[in-house]
Design a protein around this ligand. Structure first.
Ligand code: AP5
Ligand code: MG
Length: 217
C-alpha cells in the first residue's frame, strides 16, 4: 500500500504510523524523523534543517523534495510506503505526483487525522520520546510503565526541542497556512479519508483500518 498520513502537529501521525507499518510491512518515511537524525549526526542536511525546525518553520521545498525522492527510489519502497509529514506544501504535493508518475505507481489513500487545537497543545507539551528507539509516549495519555525509561528498550525519554509552547504555536500557524490547503488538493483526487483524531489511540487506529477496508486486528 502507498499511503500518506496528514494532520497538524501532534495529531498522532507518528503514533498511528508506527502501528500501521507494523501490520502492513511497509517502510515508515517521516521527513521530521529524517531531519532530526541528520541534526543528531551533524550532517550537511542536519545543519541546514536545524534553524528551520527549531523555529517551527518549514525546511525549504527543494531540500525536502530531494530527500523524499531519493528515499522513495530505494528498493524497500517497491511494495509500498507510508509517508508521515510529507507533503506539507503545494509544491511538495505536486512534486510527489511527479515522482510517483516516474515510478509508475499511484497512492492508495491519504489519511487526514483531524484534532482540535486545544487538544494538540496538550498532546505536544506532554509528549516524551525514547532516545534509543524513537517510540513516542505521552505523560498522561500514553505513559511509559517505567516512568522516564522506555518500555521497549529501556532508553531515556526526552522532550523534543520544538515542543515548547511558543514553537508549537508557530508550527500550528505554518500548518494552517501551508499544509491545510492540501486537504482540498487530495479531496479533488478523491483519495482522502478523514479520521476523527480526538478519540483514543486505539479508536483512531480502528477508524483508519476501517477506512482502508481492513478488518480490525
Ligand atoms: P514532524 O516531526 O513531522 O512534526 P509535526 O508534523 O509537527 O508532527 P509531530 O511529529 O509533532 O506530531 P505527530 O502528528 O507525529 O504526533 P505524535 O504521534 O507524536 O516535523 C518536525 C519539523 O520538521 C517541522 O516543524 C519542519 O520544520 C520539519 N519538516 C518535517 N517535514 C517537513 C516537510 N515535509 N517540509 C518541510 N519541513 C518539514 O503524537 C503526539 C503526542 O500525542 C504523543 O505524546 C502521543 O503519545 C500522543 N497521542 C497520539 N495520539 C493520541 C491520541 N489519539 N490520544 C491521546 N494522545 C495521543
Ligand atoms: Mg511525528
Amino acid at each position: 500500500m502507498r499511503l500518506i498520513l496528514m494532520g497538524p502537529p501532534g495529531s498522532g501521525k507518528g503514533t498511528q504510523a508506527e502501528r500501521l507499518v507494523g501490520i502492513l510491512g511497509i517502510p515508515h518515511i517521516s521527513t521530521g524523523d529524517m531531519f532530526r537524525k541528520a541534526i543528531d549526526e551533524e550532517t550537511e542536511l542536519g545543519l541546514e534543517a536545524k534553524e528551520y525546525i527549531s523555529s517551527g518553520g518549514l525546511v525549504p521545498d527543494e531540500v525536502t523534495i530531494g530527500i523524499v525522492k531519493d528515499r522513495l527510489g530505494e528498493s524497500d519502497c517497491n511494495n509500498g510506503f507510508l509517508l508521515d509529514g510529507f507533503p506539507r506544501t503545494a509544491a511538495q504535493a505536486e512534486a510527489l505526483d511527479g515522482i510517483l508518475e516516474d515510478l509508475r505507481v499511484g497512492l492508495d489513500a491519504v489519511i487526514n487525522i483531524q484534532v482540535s487545537e486545544g487538544e494538540l497543545l496538550k498532546r505536544l507539551t506532554g509528549r516524551r520520546i525514547c532516545r534509543g528507539c524513537g517510540t513516542s509516549y505521552h505523560m498522561v495519555y500514553n505513559p511509559s510503565k517505567q516512568g522516564d525509561r522506555c518500555d521497549k528498550c529501556q532508553g531515556e525519554l526526552f522532550q523534543r526541542k520544538d515542543d515548547t509552547e511558543e514553537t508549537i504555536l508557530s508550527r500550528l500557524d505554518v500548518y494552517n497556512q501551508q499544509t491545510k490547503p492540501l486537504i482540498q488538493y487530495y479531496e479533488k483526487q478523491e483519495i482522502i479519508q478523514h479520521v476523527d483524531g480526538n478519540q483514543g489511540i486505539e479508536e483512531v487506529f480502528s477508524e483508519i483500518n476501517w477506512g482502508l477496508g481492513r478488518d480490525q486486528q
